[in-house]
Design a protein around this ligand. Structure first.
Ligand code: NAI
Ligand code: SOE
Length: 394
């Protein structure tokens, strides 16, 4: 079985998720299309990388990510650093002929994402952007129902991503609140997952009309690079820095196929944790998904007999997308890690079989174009048309 050596760059939250997925994938999907192997990990210092290698199971470590790029044994570069370094790393990796999986958002702006897209196209390597939530079996099942016409022509998409970890003003000023590192706030960080759902399930977005707000204008400056996502609060005497990104975005949407929709994203919604939802209305039925109940897809079919009409719950299992690799009965619990295992499986399969994989850098770029349009709309207080790349997304 072919082995694919992975070089992981960044050793925080996502490093754990990606490393678990690399290790666990063959146990879910056997025979594996190829065996990803945890070869080398990089962080900003050798000490951090050394600790990561021990913790996450890598053979080698380095304090300089260029060592991964220059290592001829590395097949896949896995980018799990904050958003400001995705482009520089991806372009270097593409030039070195490595396949690339990058965390989302692909880049801070569409212009930056375009440089990454051009680099992978020129190099002819496989590329993927890690919008993993579309790999929740219930979300893939919603896609299947829509494609089969089970809810008819789609009329409306309503998506939300609500969290509360930054609602407390003493949640520190990590990289996620700094425009030069993150690009944008709730929009790029979590809103883009919903934009990915909208494009995946409904189709291309052509116009947006948005509002953004920054509720907490300054926060205590965080020490240390890894974002603790509000779990460690600062004391009152810590110096404060300016938040120059959005805390909240709301946008109306128009789709190429005539559907309309809306997206809301905020990390300041007390009581909401990972409230990533969509409700889709079609001419013949409706679908509802909430990641906080990620085994479940709520479906309503308008041609049910009148006395049986109502939303019903489908618990995903072996009969549903990716079910053959997961657990033998429905409702055993799909977790965050499972979506990452499926993601790496699809990526490795595309490399082994030389096929396309989605969402790729084309999608990552288009989502950055939509994000830029959302920010422009909020600033200019008007509908903004979205320029469309000719993408190959199915
Ligand atoms: P984090 O703050 O937990 O960790 C980032 C790590 O990267 C730190 O260890 C830091 O020292 C290291 N780092 C920073 N610059 C580096 C460089 N130039 N070279 C090597 N290492 C460097 O960040 P987290 O939460 O893991 O986020 C990383 C990326 O993953 C971001 O793009 C974020 O948007 C994305 N993300 C995606 C999620 C998803 O559900 N798909 C979930 C969380 C994050
Ligand atoms: C923080 O809001 C975060 O970790 C995001 O960065 C991820 O993309 C999301 O999946 C979970 O929340």
């Amino acid at each position: 079985m072919k082995k694919l050596n992975v070089g992981l760059i960044g050793a925080g939250f996502m490093a754990k998720a990606h490393s678990l997925a690399i290790a666990g994938m063959p146990m879910y999907f056997w025979p594996a299309p190829a065996l990803p192997h945890r070869k080398m990990v990089a962080d900003i210092t050798e000490d951090l990388a050394k600790d990561a290698a021990a913790r996450l199971g890598y053979d080698q470590y380095t304090g300089n990510w260029m060592d991964i790029i220059n290592n001829p044994e590395i097949d896949i570069v896995d980018i799990v650093t904050p958003n400001d370094s995705h482009a520089e790393i991806a372009i270097a990796a593409a030039k070195a002929g490595k396949h690339i999986i990058s965390e989302k958002p692909l880049a801070r702006t569409a212009a930056e994402a375009k440089t990454m897209l051009d680099a992978v196209n020129e190099a002819g390597v496989k590329h993927m952007v890690a919008f993993n939530y579309r790999r929740t079996p219930a979300v893939a099942l919603a896609k299947k129902y829509i494609e089969e016409g089970a809810i008819g022509k789609v009329l409306n998409f309503r998506g939300t991503y609500l969290q509360d970890w930054s609602a407390d003003p003493n949640s520190p000023l990590s990289w996620r609140f700094q425009k030069d590192i993150a690009g944008s706030g709730a929009l790029g960080d979590i809103g883009t997952h919903v934009v990915d759902f909208a494009r995946y399930l409904v189709g291309e977005i052509t116009e947006v009309m948005a509002e953004t707000q920054t509720w907490v204008k300054e926060r205590p400056i965080q020490t240390g690079g890894v974002d603790k996502l509000g779990t460690v609060k600062s004391s009152a005497d810590v110096p404060k820095g300016i938040v120059d990104v959005d805390d909240e975005i709301m946008t109306l949407l128009k789709f190429e196929n005539g559907a309309v929709g809306s997206i809301e994203a905020t990390r300041n919604a007390f009581g909401r944790n990972n409230f990533l939802t969509f409700e889709i209305h079609g001419e013949k039925g409706s679908l509802y998904f909430n990641y906080e109940r990620s085994d479940e897809l709520q479906v309503f079919f308008a041609d049910d007999p009148a006395d049986r009409r109502g939303f019903r719950t489908v618990y995903t299992g072996p009969a549903h997308p990716y079910g053959e690799g997961l657990w033998p009965i429905p409702a055993l619990g799909i977790g965050y890690g499972d979506t990452k295992i499926i993601e790496i499986y699809d990526f490795v399969k595309a490399i082994a079989e030389d096929t396309n994989v989605y969402p790729n850098f084309d999608d990552g770029y288009q989502i950055c174009v939509i994000s830029d349009a959302i920010l422009e709309s909020a600033q200019n207080r008007q509908w903004v048309k979205v320029n469309k790349l000719q993408v190959t997304t199915p």
